[in-house]
Design a protein around this ligand. Structure first.
Ligand code: NAD
Length: 228
């Protein structure tokens, strides 16, 4: 994964690219060689003009009546996303979420290689999580240039997130994937992406509410009262 400089690409389009990539790789692995925009749109339930625009971001243009050569398209998307390269990352906060992220080996296929972790819990320092050594954050400034790490993943409690981000900045990290619910204050040279599951849940909640405006989503419904 490459940490991109400030870019003009629309984020919704970028967010759809991994969806295309997954689908296209499945087709390629099943032996298909060509694909049209219309088919991608149909299979993924999207608008074909939108799909064409999204794919054009990668610099690849489909040919009329032929579409795209699958291997070229997969390559172009991976290159555009920077997933054809490897970015080394540190993760801070080896709790429930941190462990799950370190253990999810598929991020490697997206070019993100978490090489070590950091925690202030004495019981975790010096140990290993999914083969990655856990250090105290005080060791980060020395380890970052030594290992050539460019990305920091933050999975510490909200109260500790800014402090951890400051250590990452001081260490020379250039991109932060922030899972804490706070807005980090960072110098302009450092890119941040806030990953919030609650934002995704909000979309589902509103969709459910729209489908059945009378009923709140089940997880918000107050317990039923018994009438006597
Ligand atoms: P957790 O309590 O299980 O783990 C937090 C870990 O951070 C602990 O191991 C703790 O020792 C460590 N820690 C605390 N202060 C630290 C510091 N200064 N430096 C390094 N390590 C430190 O918490 P969790 O449930 O894994 O949640 C972690 C964070 O992720 C929270 O901010 C939570 O709100 C957030 N979260 C985000 C999402 C999301 O969708 N983005 C989902 C779940 C949780």
């Amino acid at each position: 994964m490459r940490v991109a400089s400030r870019h003009p690409f629309p984020h919704p389009s970028i967010r759809r690219l991994p969806l295309y990539l997954r689908f296209l790789k499945q087709l390629r692995d099943a032996g298909s060689q060509k694909i049209s925009c219309t088919r991608i749109a149909r299979e993924l339930d999207l608008d074909s003009t939108q799909v064409r625009k999204d794919l054009a971001l990668t610099g690849i243009v489909g040919r009329p009546r032929i579409g795209y050569v699958l291997t070229d398209l997969v390559q172009a998307i991976e290159k555009f996303l920077g997933w054809d390269q490897r970015a080394l990352a540190f993760l801070a906060g080896v709790g429930n979420l941190g462990r799950a992220i370190i253990g999810y080996e598929d991020f490697r296929r997206c070019g993100l290689d978490i090489v070590a972790a950091f925690d202030i819990d004495a019981g975790k320092i010096g140990g290993e999580v999914f083969g990655r050594r856990v250090y105290h954050p005080a060791e980060m400034p020395a380890l970052t240039p030594k290992l050539g790490v460019s990305v920091g993943v933050i999975t510490v409690p909200a109260v500790a997130a800014q402090e951890v981000a400051d250590v990452m900045v001081k260490s020379g990290i250039s991109g932060i994937w922030n899972f804490s619910p706070i807005r980090l204050e960072l110098p302009p040279r450092v890119r941040v992406e806030n990953a919030l599951l609650t934002s995704s849940l909000a979309v589902l909640s509103v969709d459910l509410k729209r489908e059945s405006p009378e009923a709140a989503p089940p997880f918000q419904r107050p317990p039923a009262r018994r009438s006597r």
